[in-house]
Design a protein around this ligand. Sequence first.
Ligand code: MG
Ligand code: ZN
Length: 222
Amino acid sequence: MIKPVPRVLEIKKDILAKNDEGAKRNRGVFADRDVVALNFVSSPGAGKTSLLVKTITDIKEKFSITVLEGDQSTSNDARRIAETGVDVTQINTVSACHLDASMIEKALHDIDLSPVDFLFIENVGNLVCPASYDLGELMKIALVSVTEGDDKPEKYPKMFRMSQVLLITKTDLLPHVDFDVKKCIAHARIANPDIKAITLSSKTGVGLDEWYSFLTSLRNKK
Ligand code: MG
Ligand code: ZN
């Protein structure tokens, strides 16, 4: 009698255990170089790249920033980041729908982290498996845009349980969509009672001050 399911679960467990070892090494490198590494996660189109471009443009005089861009096949987002003038490294995951710790480890070989204050990692747009892959980051930052359903945290609780911050993005579009900000935050807090929530618009700039204060506090804590 073949029982395929337990075997698949074992393989997945091995993969994740190996990933956790790599994440631990990455975390050690970030600690040695005094780098704040943030892992940005969301579904496709939530505005990760737009937020990073805006954030980098506004704080790059104050902080040294480098970016790792995860995408299955293109360099479109990396090109947008490169226009801000900061260093960006593209990681094409090909068939993988998430970044893993070994991809980050490999990319770090070519980056001088010593002057870097912030390493922004833009994960592949996907609310499922990036939740399971620790990259060695200080924290995951989850984005939900108001053009998506406000039930994203209810549908994908693990991602919000694993994230320390929820950014509700594209709030300039709120008048045109049915998106209940309070409901979205409430569901994220069922998954993770301590999650910090910030609502913002990269387009109008509303909420960005709070986001930048939060980022600055991460540096000051160190
Ligand atoms: Mg993007
Ligand atoms: Zn995946």
